[in-house]
Every structure is written in C-alpha cells, then in structure tokens.
Design a protein. Structure first.
Length: 250
C-alpha cells in the first residue's frame, strides 16, 4: 500500500470520527387526574440495553410563582391547550426488577422534585443524578422559578421505571397505585382554577443516545455513526482502484 493510499485512508477515518454528533430528543405530553381518593401518577418504563447518560426536563406548573401577590407573578399556557393547570411534579426512579410491582421502597433509586430542592445528587453503581440549574431547566419554556424538575441522569444497562406524580408521592402510595389524599393546588388567590387534572410535558434529550417510544415504554439506545463505515469503504475502494489503474498504466 503506497503512501498516498495510506494517507487517504487515514483522512477518511478522521472525517468519519469527526462527523457531527446526532442530537436526539423525545417529547411526551400527558395528563394526571384527580380522583375521589387522590391523584393518579404515570409510570414510564425505561429500557436501557446499554449504559448511557441523558437529560430530563419536565414542564408542568403554568404560573411563575405560587402566590398571585408575589412580585412578577404571571401565568402562561405552556402547552397551548387553552387552559391553565397546576401540576407540581414529583418524580421518582425505580429499578424494574421484573417483579409484579417494582414500585417498592427496596427498588427506589432517586427522587427529583424541585430544581435544586428535593433533588439531591445521587451516585451509585446503578444511577447517577444531578439537578440542572434554574436557567437550564427553563430552556423548555418552564416559567416557575424551580417547581419543574430538570436533571442529568446516567443509568447502567437494565430496566427502570420513571414515575411522574403530583407533590408528594411516597413509596407506599406508589406501590398502592394512587397518590392518596392528594389534590392539585392552584396559586393562592387565583380565581376559578382548573383542579380536576394537571398536564405536563416531559423531554428526554441526549447527544449520543436515541429514544424510541412504544406505548409506555421508552427504549434508550446508542446512536450509530451514520455513513462512517460507508465513507471508509468508499475511500478504500476508490483509492485502491486508482492505485491499480496507475500500476497498469505504468
């Protein structure tokens, strides 16, 4: 293999490695409901064939403060549905051990309620979670100063369950399937609030992972480098033919 061919192959490999990183985002709109004995909560199953890291950003509380007399108070229809709801999200991560009900205290891995509050940094062999800042959390349009949680998380390969509830859900309530005695709370002083349901928008994002939604299951997988193998093969083939042609002409 001559010098030109070797140099071209090296250049092709460098170009493939330096190609643009594909950003991947999954956004889900959903609703929790008031029932006679409390409020519902949602469980999103997270399937991780390989370990990886991604960001989670939750948008829900459609007021800038929890009291209308607070300076700077305002409301915003964050999801554009023509109504204001007041879900104060409380989120939890559980290990899915394959049992009939993995939402138990023994499987509880982490909780993230408010940005930089009730969202303690957690790090162990299974999970690592760190709250984002208020500015980072507001990137999705959230207007409350901290109520909508946003965090970075790293998970080992395995199966998990991510729970989104209204404040506050205990392990016992998660196992029982109802946020017992809970109700949605509007800002103090707000007139005619909607209190029978609460909407939320959850966004998963990563530069290196792909999110696929099927029902209530989110599969998180690595993103292949598109075109890298083809680029290398084309470079080798093209330069190989060129080298052969030059040899024949000689």
């Amino acid at each position: 293999m001559n010098f030109v061919l070797r140099a071209a192959i090296a250049a092709a490999l460098l170009a493939a490695a330096a190609g643009p990183v594909q950003a991947n985002t999954l956004t889900i709109d959903a609703t929790l409901f008031l029932q006679e004995d409390g409020t519902t909560f949602d469980v999103w199953k997270i399937d991780m064939p390989v370990a990886g890291s991604f960001s989670v950003n939750l948008l829900a509380y459609e007021a800038s403060q929890s009291n209308i007399s607070t300076a700077g108070y305002y409301t915003a229809d964050l999801n554009g549905d023509g109504e204001l709801t007041w879900l104060d999200p409380d989120t939890h991560w559980y290990l899915d051990d394959g049992s009939a009900n993995p939402l138990s205290a023994a499987n509880h891995l982490a909780r993230c309620d408010d940005i930089a509050n009730n969202c303690t940094a957690v790090s162990n062999s299974t999970l690592s979670l760190t709250s984002l800042t208020q500015a980072q959390g507001a990137a999705d349009g959230s207007i409350h100063f901290r109520r909508d949680p946003a965090f970075d998380i790293t998970l080992a390969a395995g199966s998990y369950q991510y729970v989104i509830a209204d404040y506050r859900l205990t392990d016992a309530e998660a196992a029982a399937g109802i946020n017992a005695g809970d109700s949605f709370s509007a800002p103090n002083g707000y007139v005619d609030p909607i209190l029978d349901h609460g909407d939320y928008r959850i966004t998963f994002s990563s530069d290196t992972l792909h999110f696929a939604l099927n029902g209530d299951t989110i599969t998180v997988s690595q993103v292949p480098l598109p075109g890298a193998a083809g680029l290398f093969a084309s470079a080798v083939l093209g330069l190989g033919l060129r080298s052969r042609r030059k040899s024949m002409l000689a």
